[in-house]
Design a protein around this ligand. Sequence first.
Ligand code: HEM
Length: 427
Amino acid sequence: MKHDSQHPDSHTSDGINRRTLVAGAAGTGLGVAATLGAQFATEVRAQERAEEALPPLQTARVGFFGRRQAGVDTPPPAHASFIACDLNEELKAADIERLLRIITADAAQLTAGRAPVVDQEPELATIPAELTVTVGFGEKIFDLVNPAKKPGWLKPLTAFPQIDQLQEQWSHGDLLLQICSQDPLTLAHAQRMLLKDVRSFVTVRWVQSGFRNAYGSSQQGTTQRNLFGQVDGTINPTSQDETMDQFVWGSHEDLEPWEEGGTSLVIRRIHMNLDTWDQADRPAREDAVGRTLDTGAPLTGESEDDVADLSATTELGFPVIAPYAHIRRATAQNPVEHILRRPYNYDLPVSNASGFSDHGQTSGGVSNSGLIFCSYQADPLKQFVPVQKRLAELDMLNTWTVPIGSAVFALPAGCSESGFIGESLFS
Ligand code: HEM
């Protein structure tokens, strides 16, 4: 399974493929229809030419409407903000509906590069830069609106005492807004617009901001690197075969989506200790994961896409990929244990940066860095938890990493232009 490299242009904001429109209009038949069709085609082509002349991010829209929400299997843009909110105490089901309608209306406008009506800085809404807004629900939304629809897995993950040092400030939440864009200014504006519009319903619980390689810094589809310098995201479900449908959207016979077009998101904030990582030499770093640092190839192969041979041994009979190597421990042990990893790096400023952060310490030293580890799957209990359990028991990477936040959300299906995100809870 290779990282998904689908281009966002295939996801049109208006749900209409412009080239299909041109072809359709040009072939409308005789007389007036033909003339109108030709005129229409010319206009569409002229608009296309005008758009082609613009800087690419000004027209890079990811469609908001559809049977699934964008921001899951669409290519991850360079910047992301994950915002967990808590619902205000007095809210009723009707308030939640109003809240979701507002979020839907704002998100539809902003992702199309248009300013919502009450936008006081409408100029900041004009560069969509692949903006996506993805909505997730915590338990309380179901409890208030439709308890019968609450997925059984929607609760805090079981503890992983060997590794967890969870902090409340990065955990849980009633409502998630995941906002991604190639342009940090577009993202900041969308975040402020959405939060302004929902502030009478919710209180922000935490915000996690993350980044990946900048737009244009590598070929489309190149797997990103994390702050350990590792190629991170090689083995993943993809839309190029059936794996994305099976494991993220739940079409696999042993899985079931909580609702058609819905999925789940587990967010683990994982501190990465770069000070102690500095002490490990290159062979030790590669041995810890089971892949090389330069190309990301498995230690038994030549290139990133080579399949890791977990049975290969050295001349002395030791496994080439160690028993404690991250990829050996993380690899699926049954037909459904596949997750979509869509991580973002974080790197917070450290005041008075000095000294050294020891093993297991999550502060001090000269950096405060890590991964916003986002895992999408149809069923966290069947897919994410067994992998995390194995890694908690044994994984050499634990020497340098500490989970400090944890949250689980149900992502509802997408909606049509006349609907709103989460509408199925109200029917
Ligand atoms: C800071 C924490 C972590 C780092 C730095 C990290 C890094 C990596 C790297 C470099 C790879 C190899 C390349 C690839 O396939 O992407 C990998 C693979 C993988 N990781 Fe992680 N990872 C972390 C946490 C996790 C967690 C928490 C999970 C799940 C609970 C996980 C699940 C996986 C899986 C399923 C694979 C693919 C395994 C296979 O080869 O089949 N990782 N990770």
